[in-house]
Design a protein around this ligand. Structure first.
Ligand SMILES: C[S@@+](CC[C@H](N)C(=O)[O-])C[C@H]1O[C@@H](n2cnc3c(N)ncnc32)[C@H](O)[C@@H]1O
Length: 382
């Protein structure tokens, strides 16, 4: 049965009404415990969760504080875990890699010698930011999965140089990273309005803030590769419906290339990606009150799936695992060698990607690749 575990944000709506915090009612499932440290919203499939009960949470930010929108509940991990961990093979959505520590580790990954995507996408943005600004004439940029927003600065520089009033809406599930990066951006870009939103971009009802002019939604870092083929199509359709004709969508996508380089990018010599992957065990342990669960009991695996054109990250149990999740009131037994799927990163062939965008109603305006042909940036128009 498909259920909404946390329909807390029915879309992406930073609430700003003259600096007041705005209280909204949402529904949470009492069976899904709050986690406190990090808040998530999300879609989940679960079998027998109890009836929805209302709870009031704050979804507002004070402009002067430039803080991330906060939703004081987190039952999504419990719902995702209760469904995914008992599948064969077990699976957990990629977003659970990004708690505060996971986000910092990912930031470290972007600077590793093996991790070419960030350098390649940065080089395209360096060359093309001016063209993107001139073409879109946008007054608002909404970025899904903004992280540190480091590369986005190239676009922010170009939009602020255009001299128009401009709003930047970074959207991310990682509250600590979102709060920190938004505060730094607000300091560095005093003429740009920064409106951070903590939200899950996989949620069914994607709505964007209103703007008095064209908007551009951006999705960088090759994060689109984290969707499987079906979910990617659904996401493109949701983005297209959230945009209005005349708005734009800027998509960064990693391209198919030599398998050795691909695998190395997800299995660096310094072991940072391994730590990033294993951090998911720590997220489960702390988030669900687990006993008998240790990161050292798992190996990081990155392998290329040639049929589905994707890197897959797995965690393989080094020994038999017998854990108990207090939050789920359930034991979790894994035989040695069992693998848990934690991330997919699909690599693309450009013409197929453009067809997918077009069939969602996003017509290609321009596409750029870096000089090595490793990475692509596609601008499409609604
Ligand atoms: C691969 S990183 C990319 C970060 C940045 N855009 C870049 O290009 O370096 C993915 C980002 O998306 C965020 N993220 C992952 N799943 C998400 C979800 N379902 N909803 C919102 N943000 C998500 C993560 O917290 C992280 O910041």
């Amino acid at each position: 049965m498909d259920v909404e575990c946390l329909p807390a944000l029915s879309g992406i709506r930073p609430r700003q009404r003259g600096g007041r915090r705005v209280q909204r009612k949402v529904h949470v499932r009492p069976a899904c415990p709050a986690r406190g440290e990090r808040d998530h919203t999300g879609r989940a499939r679960a079998g027998d969760l109890p009836e929805l009960l209302p709870r009031t949470v704050a979804l507002g930010v004070r402009r002067s504080e430039t803080r991330a929108v906060t939703v004081q509940l987190d039952s999504a991990l419990a719902a995702d875990a209760s469904v995914g961990l008992w599948l064969d093979p077990p699976v957990l959505p990629t977003k659970w890699l990004y708690d505060g520590r996971g986000s910092r580790l990912f930031d470290e990954i972007t600077r590793l010698p093996e991790y070419y995507p960030t350098r390649r996408e940065t080089s395209i943005l360096t060359d093309r930011a001016g063209e993107i600004v001139a073409e879109t004439e946008s007054v608002m940029m909404v970025e899904f999965g903004s992280g540190t927003s480091t590369k986005t600065r190239l676009l922010l520089d170009a939009f602020s140089a255009a001299g128009r009033p401009f709003t930047y809406v970074p959207v991310d599930v990682s509250a600590p990273m979102l709060a920190e990066s938004s505060a730094i951006l607000a300091r560095d870009y005093p003429t740009i309005e920064i409106r951070p939103v903590e939200a899950d971009f996989t949620q069914p009802h994607l709505t964007l803030p209103h703007a008095d002019g064209p908007r551009v939604a951006v999705f960088l870092g090759g994060t689109i590769g984290n969707f499987d083929d079906d979910d990617r199509g659904v996401f493109f359709t949701r983005v297209a419906s959230a945009l209005t004709p005349g708005d734009y969508f800027l998509l960064g996508a990693d391209l198919i290339k030599d398998t050795g380089r691909l695998v190395a990018a997800y299995n660096d010599k310094a072991g940072v990606t391994a730590d990033f992957n294993r951090n998911m065990i720590e997220v489960l342990r702390t988030g669900l009150g687990a006993t008998g669960l240790y990161t050292d009991d798992f190996d990081h695996i990155a392998r290329w799936n040639p049929v589905r054109h994707r890197i897959e990250m797995w965690l393989r149990a080094r020994r038999p695992v017998h854990a108990t999740f207090a939050a789920l009131e359930r034991d979790w037994d894994l035989a040695a060698g069992t693998e848990i799927l934690t991330e997919i990163s699909t690599k693309f062939e450009l013409s197929a990607l453009h067809e997918e965008l077009a069939s969602a109603g996003l017509a290609q305006v321009d596409t750029w690749t870096d000089p090595f042909g490793d990475f692509s940036l596609t601008l499409s128009r609604r």
